[in-house]
Ligand binder design. Structure first.
Ligand code: NAP
Length: 382
């Protein structure tokens, strides 16, 4: 299957290289910006790709929603298969693309958009054919995992961990989407859409790692707890619960062993039970390998990851409950259902009774709005 590529950056170059030797696939033209054409196989307009009747599939690895959505629509309208690694595109416009793909009979797959090389969406999309999934969660952002791992094993503070992540190319010059949890939130949006045909484009509660301090590291270590940034989703009535938050794990949980910029994803099927995947969540070839796997799935007949009845919903985290580990001012702690006070003083550390994710995130927002500081992390047993 001759496959064109839109974008020749980190992932695009990996996709092109892999297409040159993949079984059943061959490289087609590669779209680059006007004035950037350096190789004979590169073109500078989508028209040149659509004019090539031998091109049967197009991979989009440019990023962003514009013009990626316009290009994707035109590719799918032409009946060609479309594979993307672009989570922003699928989270924002995936339902519209899926509708076009169904109408024209084209394939639309996006495994690489969630977890890079970790085959989470691929496996969920196969599992839902025969099993019903109870939950999906994981460490879905490699940059923040690198930072959290470094802070907890090398004694680095937040600023140094971020600077090193940037030096290694894991974090962007503007790291906001990673450290705020937004990147992980987009990924769990996609996982919910594939797992339960509900795409939560509103209402995802999202707490990143910006409040995690060296003092938190020391206190958690004294209790043998490990902190990771977790994105999680579950069915909740007609919608889903979906949130991102730091989470502390007891020794023995697989999350504790996820080092550096690795990702870990898990889902639990009613019949399969829990399954865990650990691997490279980003990078040229791990991500390109997920793109190529999608293309092979299309060759074998798979057409969709989103079902025809997939709908946009508002996430509801009001019934999803667990205890929290919290550091905040003593006064602010009075609003919390305290189960155990771990450290007293003007700043306290405590464990709460189980409370809803919505209540905890709302309370943290209020504390910050009033000028206070808080670090909170969900608590999970091994
Ligand atoms: N990098 C990863 O490890 C990874 C992992 C999973 C998913 N992804 C996703 O994969 C996509 C690509 O990521 P990347 O890291 O490969 O980004 P990148 O290195 O910035 O590459 C994107 C390329 O697309 C080009 N481009 C952008 N808009 C274009 C347009 N309108 N016409 C032609 N070329 C255009 C860019 O050119 P200019 O440089 O001239 O702007 C750049 O060469 C993103 O959606 C990202 O979220 C990446």
């Amino acid at each position: 299957m001759k496959t064109a590529v839109l974008g020749y950056g980190t992932v695009g170059q990996g996709v092109y290289r892999m297409l040159c030797s993949a079984r059943g696939l061959e490289p087609g033209p590669v779209l680059v910006r006007e004035g950037k054409k350096k190789e004979p196989f590169q073109v500078t307009s989508l028209e040149e790709i659509l004019a090539d009747a031998d091109v049967k599939a197009v991979v989009e690895v440019m990023g962003g929603v514009k013009p990626a959505f316009t290009y994707a629509s035109r590719v799918l309208e032409s009946g060609r298969h479309f594979v993307t690694a672009n989570k922003a595109l699928v989270a924002a416009r995936g339902l519209e693309l899926s509708e076009i793909a169904r109408r024209t009979g084209a394939g639309f797959l996006f495994s690489a958009a969630c977890g890079g090389g970790v085959p989470l969406l691929h496996n969920i999309s196969l599992a839902v054919e025969s099993d019903s999934l109870r939950s999906v969660s994981g460490i879905l952002n490699g940059t923040t995992n690198y930072m959290l791992h470094a802070m907890q094993t090398r004694g680095w503070d937040y600023a140094r961990a971020l600077a090193e992540a940037q030096a290694l190319g894991y974090a962007e010059a503007d790291p906001t989407a990673d450290v705020s949890g937004l990147d992980a939130a987009r990924k769990i949006t996609l996982a919910c859409a594939v797992a339960w045909s509900r795409l939560p484009d509103r209402g995802i509660e999202c707490e990143g790692i910006e409040s995690f301090s060296a003092g938190d590291v020391a206190d958690l270590q004294s209790r043998s707890l490990t902190c990771r940034l977790i994105a999680a989703g579950k069915p909740a009535g007609r919608t889903v619960s979906a949130y991102v938050e730091p989470t502390v794990f007891s020794p023995g949980a697989p999350e504790c062993s996820v080092a550096d910029n690795y990702n870990m994803a898990r889902y639990e099927g009613a019949n399969s039970g829990p399954l865990v995947f650990i691997g490279q969540g980003a990078g040229r070839f791990p991500t390109a390998s997920a793109v190529l796997r999608d293309l092979s799935c299309i060759v074998q007949g798979q057409r969709a990851m989103l079902s025809a009845d997939c709908a946009a919903v508002e996430a509801d985290n009001s019934r999803e409950q667990h205890p929290y580990y919290v550091r905040c001012a003593a006064e602010a702690a009075q609003a919390l259902p305290v189960k155990a006070l771990l450290a007293n003083g003007p700043t306290v550390r405590l464990l709460t009774e189980a409370i809803s994710v919505h209540a905890m995130h709302t309370l943290a927002q209020k504390i910050r709005k009033d000028g206070g500081e808080i670090f909170f992390a969900g608590m999970k047993e091994a």
